[in-house]
Write a protein that binds this ligand. Sequence first.
Ligand SMILES: [Zn+2]
Length: 155
Amino acid sequence: MPNKKQDDIYRQAYGLLCDYIDKHQLRHTAERMTILASICALQRFSVDDLRYSLTGITISRATVYNALSIMEKAGIVHRLEKDFGKRAAQYEIMFLKTSSVKIICQKCGRISEVKDSTIQRMLEDKNFTNFNQERFSLYIYGHCKVCRRKQLSKN
Ligand SMILES: [Zn+2]
């Protein structure tokens, strides 16, 4: 069962998607609604994460990309970076309430979330001129242990 926070996200995203679909005279397809529900449950994801989450139904890669493009234009998700290493682009719901700190290997593209209260507090307490912070997504780039070891054994 989705929790209250996910419910709010879904309601907001559903409203945005319906507005966009109506405005552009697109169709309310079952696939788009299924993808929307998955996106709201995942919150931060790659195209592969999204495809794996769509169990029990077959939705082509093209349909997933097409739906993501609509959701981007409708202001539901945004793409964080064009490409993280060999992995596909990462997407995130626009109106999340929670912040996150992630480390990304530039070589293999592995992404892990880190819990660091020092960074968390430092950024939350930061005041910006003429800007109210609501949340943050921080990405730290470098090389993971596996890639570092591979590099060392080559030398
Ligand atoms: Zn790596």
